[in-house]
Structures are given as structure tokens and as C-alpha cells.
Design a binder for this molecule. Sequence first.
Ligand code: AMP
Length: 486
Amino acid sequence: MNDFKQFALSTELIDTLTKLGYTEPTEVQRLVIPIALQRQDLVVKSQTGSGKTAAFAIPLCTLAVWEENLPQALVLEPTRELAVQVREEIFNIGRQKRLKVPVLFGGLPIDKQILTLKQKTHIVVGTPGRIMDHVRRDSLMLSSVQYLVIDEADLMLDMGFLEEVEQIIQALPQNRTIMLLSATLREDTQMLISRYMQAPVSVMLESDTQTLDTTLQIAYWIEKEDKYAGLLQILEQENPQDCMIFCATREMVNVLCQKMKRDHIRCGMIHGELEQRDRLDTIAAFRAGRFHYLIATDVAARGIDFDHITHVINYDFPTGKETYVHRIGRTGRNGKTGIAISFVAQSERHMLETVESYIGTSIQVVTLNTVTQHMEEHAVQAKAFWNRQRERIITKETKGAILNRDIMRLSIGGGRKSKMRTVDIVGAICGIEGIEAADIGIIDIRDSLTYVEILHGKGKIALTALQDKTIKGKVRKVRETGGKRR
Ligand code: AMP
């Protein structure tokens, strides 16, 4: 039984959601999906972790018409990491409908993105700067866009994207629907709403307190010079399953990561100065369970969803009260409990009090016991922690992997340069006995190679048959391939 059935979604989509483990809509989904499906403008006050991505991804995937070639929906994200994460969620949800969901952001070559956009595209996800870049180059056509999602609007404006967001809205057709999602609704966000949205329906959710309720908050008095030793002691005591460690600056993130690596603790780091590829690879590796301690600055980590964080450590105490809530909101999500540990120096006492009055509860601060007091107990805990650092890494499957099980991706020799077209591929594959058009998934034509997905477990049949079948007048090299799916 899947409770998403209440929204009258297609059986295919219900099946996809079940495979993703979504059987009961979250609150934001329950409220947003029916309104979004009716194409009404919507303002949603909600935070990451509430399931808000699926709340717009489900309607977008339902409303998308597969046969249409030009993009029908545009999703704006403030950061590249968020763009990648949200694209993945939409792609998974639209997987069985074979929706093409390219992601566009700076820091990667634009030429490849231009080639991708020349093919059929249903939903585009991207950062405002790069999206505008494509609009100016005429590589992204907005004439068929009916739906615009402005996600994390407050962060988007914090990052100075107001001008681009306005330019994008102005470039859209008149009859578009807009959904704006934001953790807070400040004056500048209100301005966007009143200027561009028509009688929007409001859905307001307060989720901060929920996170606070399910998270145990602990704090230790600790001075700067003792922090690293203190961290080791905490890690040995807690042996966290998956932990985010926040530092105040990029420099501190670098230093801490080096120290931990020197001590053979498997960890990774993200901050704004790292190369885009490295940041994305780090996030993917953390999600896959290749390491368990992610050291981060606030900005780099904002909005990114890791659903398995058991501990958050404030190595440097936050300098803003909202930041405290943001950080500890990484744990204690989806009904699970979490632990938030903060290091507080005497000089940070005032900030601690500010945080306490903001969250409306006091945080008990204690002195970190010296190890000598609980020597034996600590030795056992420490052993478990250090053993874990040497364990063989068992990587976790990504959430979408289950959807890929019945799908085989083939590479076919020949692409744009040899004038390969979608019809050539579809024609050849449909000529194989036992395979019909509905078994063909996403087709991606590159310069001299074409990728095609064969669905419903029929990959082997297609692979064998294509070995000696002609495609566009020639027998082509056809292989099974892994690689990045777009
Ligand atoms: P978001 O707030 O969109 O970042 O989502 C937070 C997390 O909840 C993500 O890992 C989603 O995959 C997951 N999620 C979203 N909707 C559901 C649902 N209905 N049931 C279970 N997990 C969900």
C-alpha cells in the first residue's frame, strides 16, 4: 500500500516512489502536491529535510509531456551541489517515465551542456548564472516552459542572484506557474512574490523545532588549544556512524582534515575554495559511505541533504544563532534521533546565550572529563573507534540504484558526426523481436558515440541482436556500458 495513491498519480510513478522507499507523503508533500498539480502559484516555507524536493518533483514529473522536445519546467538552485542533488531526485522520480533532466551550473565546460540541450529535454535544473548564460546564447529555449521552481529562495538572494532570477522570470512565457520555496520569507523574498506571482497559495511549515526535539544537544567548555584532543576523545567515546564536523573557516577545515588524515581517520572536507569536481566527488563519496566524517564550512554544506547523519559536531561554535539551528538540523531527521555536540570557549559564552534564547531552551555545558577518570571504559570505546578506521569499506548503493536494476545502458559507435538521429536508433531497436518502443529509455547522442538505455530487463536481447544488425546503413560497435547517466 502506498499512500501517494491519494494524489491520483500514474501507477508507474507510484511504483517508482515505492522503489525509492517513499510510501507515505511528508507533511509538505501532502499539502503541496495537490495544489501544484493544479498549476497554481505557490509559496512554500519549508526547510531541507522536509521532503520538499519530491513535493515539487512529483508534480513536475506528472505534468511533463514526454513527447514535447523543449524544456517544460525550470528549477533554480542557489548552489551547484544543490543543483546536482535536486536533479538526482527529479531524475529518479521521472526515471520510469524516461524524463530527461539535465543540470546546468558553472565551473564545468559549457560546450557539453550546449550539446545536451540540443536533444530532447523535459526538466532543466541549474544555478541562475549559468541558466542565464544559456538563455543569452540561445542554447536554452524557454518558450515551452510552463513551470518555474525557485528553490531555497532566501539562500539564492543571499548569494546575490536576484537580478538573474528576475531576468529568468521575465524571459518566461506569460502563462507560467511559479513555485517559490524558502526557509524564511524575508522582505526581498516577499518582493519577488508580489512582483511576479499571481495570488499564490501559501503553505507554511515550521520544521526547526522538530529537529530540535529529536536531537540531543550537548556542549563542552573547551579552549582553542585543546579542541583537537577533545575531538579525538569525543570520537572515541561516541564512535559516530556518520558525522558532520563544522568549522568557522576554510582554513580551519583544511587544517582539521589534515590532522585527522595524519592520524589515519577517514574523513573528507568541503568548502568554497575547492574545485567543483572535488566537492561533488566528496559529497558522493560521503553518501556512499566511503568515509564517515565530513568536515565543512557552513556555506558549502547549506541545503545539502544527507539522510544518515547521526552526529553533528560544532568544532567551532557558530557565530550566528540561525547557523546553529541549520547545522544541527543535519541530524535528527526523518523521525530519527541525532546528537549535536558543541565546543564552546569561555569567550563564546555570549553567543551560546544568544543561541539558547533563540531556540528557547538552555543547553547544558559541561567540562570534558579527562580520560583518566574512566580509563577502562574509554579504552574499550576507543578500540572500537580505531578498529572502525581500518575496516574494509563497504559502499552503499545510491537511492536511485534500485531503479537502474532493470536497465542496461548500451554504447553504439556513431553519433552526431555521422548524423545519427534518435529515429535511427529507435528504428533499429524496435526491429528486434520482443522489443518495442516503450522498452527504450533515454537516448543520448554525443559526437561519435550514442548511448541508449534498454528498459524492463531486455538489455541482453538488444545487445546480442545489435551485434550484427545495421544502424544507419552500417553494423556498429555496440557494448554494454556503465558510466554517468543523464
Ligand atoms: P528534502 O527535504 O527534499 O531534501 O528531502 C529530505 C530527504 O527525505 C531526502 O533524502 C528524500 O529522499 C527523503 N524523502 C522525501 N520524501 C520522502 C517520503 N515521502 N518518504 C521517505 N523519504 C522521503
